[in-house]
Design a protein around this ligand. Structure first.
Ligand code: PRP
Length: 180
């Protein structure tokens, strides 16, 4: 099946690059002269965090990863978030910036944020490429947001549908007939 039959484009490569540059500029200004540990949440943020990191100019910025799984039914995340991979660096008394591809119910990020604070992080902020505020179940907001979207199924640039389409260099909206 051709890609154009599966989804419609939401953000092209140029728009993504500008969005990432704008977020990076804000982060560079906010953390100027400070230490920062960037924690990418696998797998969806892999492409975003790689592009973002290359635009970060803060001296001594570090990169780490976490992975969480929330086992529920289908594409809806449950509140039972489990940490599959923890950070490998020590975050105690350090500024942490979590980087996510999408903030949906907030179950994943609220659990991860609490986890990092419980490890003694000095501060924990959230950066997400996409935000679906209409789906929120936990009172959590992002400090840096690329684009606020409706309840759309977005794929590409790291985001998947059944592990597919992460490789697309742009972001598309999956047509409802594909997943319903
Ligand atoms: C996605 C996304 C977030 C989470 C957001 O991950 O990357 O981690 O869901 O949903 P929530 O706000 O409702 O918790 P997913 O579990 O699909 O794993 P992936 O990143 O490996 O694709």
């Amino acid at each position: 099946m051709l890609h154009k039959d599966v989804f419609e484009e939401l953000m092209n490569e140029e728009e993504l690059d500008k969005t990432v540059s704008d977020i990076a500029a804000r982060i560079n200004a906010d953390y100027d002269g400070k230490e920062l540990v960037i924690v990418g949440i696998l797998k969806g943020s892999a492409i975003f965090v790689a592009d973002l990191l290359r635009k970060i100019t803060i001296e001594g910025v570090q990169l780490d990863f976490m992975q969480a799984s929330s086992y529920g039914s289908g594409s809806v995340s449950s509140g039972n978030v489990r940490i599959v991979k923890d950070v490998s660096c020590n975050v105690k008394e350090r500024n942490v910036l979590i980087v996510e591809d999408i903030l949906d119910t907030g179950n994943t990020l609220s659990h991860i944020k609490e986890h990092l604070l419980s490890k003694g992080a000095a501060s924990v902020r959230i950066c997400t490429l996409f935000d679906k505020p209409g789906r929120r179940k936990k009172p959590i907001t992002a400090d840096y947001t690329g684009k606020v979207i409706d309840d759309l199924f977005v794929v590409g640039y790291g985001l998947d549908y059944s592990e597919r389409y992460r490789n697309l260099p742009y972001v598309g909206v999956l047509k409802a007939e594909i997943y319903s």
